[in-house]
Design a protein around this ligand. Structure first.
Ligand code: 5GP
Ligand code: ZN
Length: 136
């Protein structure tokens, strides 16, 4: 994708603060971090989002997740890390090239990631699970 900034960053056409690179991904520090050390893993091939991805590519890019998470935790001494991935504007995606966030977390920090807990009526969860399962 010629006009995709993450294609350019992942392939080294635009310099970035890189913390890890292999043949499938580049992991860089996010330019507007939720916390210092917030990193994004960017695949070197263009996929808009998870709906545009295939299992083999996801498997290859995911291989480095534990190593990257551990490196961030070791260096920052954070208490936890959120690993998350947004798909679609409704889900907070602002760059339409699939990427995975690593957000360092500290006990009692002010980073906001969350939702209010909802609920199901009797039998509703089982029914919905069955419907979704039929589409897997
Ligand atoms: P999204 O909201 O799509 O899940 O996340 C996009 C992330 O990419 C944001 O956290 C944003 O700060 C980061 N970002 C956008 N453009 C650039 C850039 O040019 N360089 C870097 N390092 N991060 C970027
Ligand atoms: Zn791209």
């Amino acid at each position: 994708m010629d006009d995709c900034i993450f294609c350019k960053i992942a392939n080294g056409d635009i310099p970035s603060a890189t913390i890890y690179e292999d043949r499938n991904v580049r992991v860089i520090l996010d330019i507007a971090p939720a916390a210092k050390g917030h990193a994004i893993m960017i695949p070197k091939t263009h996929m808009a989002d998870i709906f545009d991805a295939d299992a083999e590519t996801i498997s290859k890019i995911s291989a480095a997740i534990p190593m990257v998470a551990s490196a961030i935790k070791k260096e920052l001494g954070c208490d936890g890390i959120n690993i998350l991935q947004n798909n679609g504007a409704a889900a907070g995606q602002t760059v339409n090239h699939l990427h995975i966030h690593f957000i360092p977390r500290y006990n009692n920090d002010n980073v906001k990631i969350g939702w209010e807990q909802g609920s199901y009526a009797d039998g509703e969860a089982a029914e919905l699970a069955k419907k979704i399962a039929s589409r897997v």
